[in-house]
Design a protein around this ligand. Structure first.
Ligand SMILES: *Cc1c(COP(=O)(O)O)cnc(C)c1O
Length: 304
């Protein structure tokens, strides 16, 4: 048909750019140890559902079949922003349950403002209730109070079995392209799917950005729910969280700015900066054999 494939033919507002680009960069801190560094640019998948957030939300949006969405997050959650954007693009009502009752009376921070501007209804809950949202009665009470009893529930960080299976494609896109694939971890959902998608002989390395050492258990549990068993070759290095979630001390910021200047890559600070810092440190320690091709997954970009 004439006109097909001319210009923008897709009318799907969530249409992704997949597979995401894989770019090799030249960085002496790797090259001097005989290592190649590749950037897996998941930050370019979609302008509003960035990185792993697209990979995790897309299967859930399908499962929701047009129902309203409710999900959970902290005051700077990338997942809340992605969900709000999906709601705007698809015309679905969204509710965000936000950790921290004390935020309710205050002006919204830029991240929550964006959520609200995208039409998300924000419902603030105190931290102890938020922590217990996994208990069915607590969840039911939260949804009732938020007026979201009929909504499709996407868990905190978007990581459920459907999301983990969605992230398997990230690993599949990297088959034959790298020996070690590294990713920053919040819930571990992206790592769980990535590891399952890689080929035999490839391994995944997770860099937790939260303190606590719970991700070994959580990632395995997510794989059990998504695939019925622990799957693929993966491990974690718990040394690069810089004190915990959203902790970005000056040393990390200096590192990220320098990386941006060297490579022209906007470095998201809460996750991607910690990943890249960890990889530079590991390369310096001789953690990878000469000749190893490392891929770092760029899961996000700076906000705003
Ligand atoms: C959400 C997020 C992650 C963490 O993904 P998980 O699947 O929860 O481990 C990593 N990087 C960025 C930029 C994110 O926004």
């Amino acid at each position: 048909m004439p006109g097909d494939n001319e210009g923008v033919t897709s009318t799907d507002p969530l249409a992704p750019r997949l597979p995401s680009p894989l770019e090799e960069i030249r960085d002496d801190r790797f090259a001097r140890h005989g290592l190649r560094l590749l950037l897996k640019r998941d930050d370019l998948i979609h302008p509003d559902l960035i990185g792993n957030k697209w990979r995790k939300l897309a299967p859930n949006l399908e499962a929701a079949r047009g129902r309203a969405l409710v999900t959970f997050g902290g005051a700077y959650s990338n997942h809340l922003r992605a969900t709000a954007a999906a709601g705007r693009l698809l015309g679905l009502p969204t509710t965000g349950v936000v950790r921290g009752q004390e935020l309710a009376g205050r002006p919204l921070n830029p991240s929550l403002s964006r959520c609200a501007a995208d039409g998300m209804r924000l419902h603030f809950v105190d931290r102890s209730t938020y922590r217990r949202k996994g208990e069915p009665e607590t969840l039911a009470a939260i949804l009732r109070a938020a007026g979201a009893e009929e909504a499709y529930v996407v868990p905190e960080g978007g990581s459920n079995a459907a999301a983990v299976r969605g992230c398997r494609a990230l690993g599949e896109e990297l088959r034959g392209r790298a020996d070690v694939v590294a990713v920053a971890c919040g819930t571990g959902g992206t790592l769980a799917g990535l590891a399952a998608g890689l080929a035999t002989g490839q391994r995944a390395l997770g860099v937790p950005v939260l303190k606590g050492g719970f991700l070994e258990h959580d990632t395995a549990a997510l794989q059990n729910r998504a695939f019925g068993a622990r799957t693929g070759d993966w491990s974690l290095d718990d040394r690069f969280h810089f004190g915990g979630y959203a902790r970005t001390p000056p040393e990390l910021d200096t590192f990220a700015k320098d990386f941006e200047q060297r490579h022209g890559l906007p470095v998201e600070r809460l996750y991607v900066a910690k990943l890249l810092y960890g990889l530079v440190a590991l390369a310096g320690e001789g953690a990878f054999a000469r000749g190893t091709a490392l891929a770092a997954v760029v899961t996000g970009r700076p906000f705003p």
